[in-house]
Design a protein around this ligand. Structure first.
Ligand code: MN
Length: 192
């Protein structure tokens, strides 16, 4: 069964860009909720519970599950994995990944060009969702947004950078100003 992943840093470590209260609620309430719901649905399918959730999402269409349970797995398996990666990406102890920066520059022309498209995808996601930098099935970098908690693993892609644009991720500090949050978020990404 899945447990809530540790942040690995303090709730106030990302101040002033991401406030401590938002981090604490996001981690202990929202991420805990996805984790609990993931466990609850997997308890009904013990044969599937031994398979990593990444793999379950990659093969979701072919799983022998009730349609409603499949939706629950899609939403909460995605929510569990998306947030796990989100905390890792924002770890203040991260070091710059020079190989990734070089690959981004080669693929998108520059770091700035990649960020511009990433931010546009974050801003244009209607309602709740995520903006992603992923590695696709051909091994190439790609940028897109997804709705709700849909994970890039559903497409057989591996997420590298993901930005949560649900209102719960920014509303306390930024209210409706998603663009300000998106711009500030890059300050806590040390990987690139
Ligand atoms: Mn979230």
């Amino acid at each position: 069964m899945y447990t809530l992943p540790e942040l690995g840093y303090a709730y106030d470590a990302l101040e002033p860009h991401i406030d401590a209260r938002t981090m604490e609620i996001h981690h202990t309430k929202h991420h805990q909720g996805y984790t609990n719901n993931l466990n609850t649905v997997l308890e009904k399918y013990l044969a599937l519970a031994e398979t990593p959730v990444e793999k379950l999402l990659q093969t979701l269409d072919s799983l022998d599950m009730d349609a409603g349970d499949k939706t629950t797995l899609r939403n909460n398996g995605g929510g569990y994995l998306n947030h796990k990666l989100f905390w890792e990406i924002m770890n203040p102890n991260n070091k710059k990944d020079d190989a990734l920066v070089a690959e981004i520059t080669e693929t998108f022309g520059s770091l700035e060009a990649m960020k511009e498209t990433f931010n546009k995808n974050a801003g244009s996601q209607f309602g709740s969702g995520w903006s992603w930098l992923v590695r696709n099935a051909e091994g190439k970098l790609e940028l897109y947004g997804t709705a709700n908690q849909d994970s890039p693993y559903l497409k057989g892609h591996t997420p590298l950078l993901g930005l949560d644009v649900w209102e719960h991720a920014y509303y306390l500090k930024y209210q409706n100003n998603r663009g300000d949050y998106v711009g500030e978020w890059w300050n806590v990404v040390k990987l690139i």
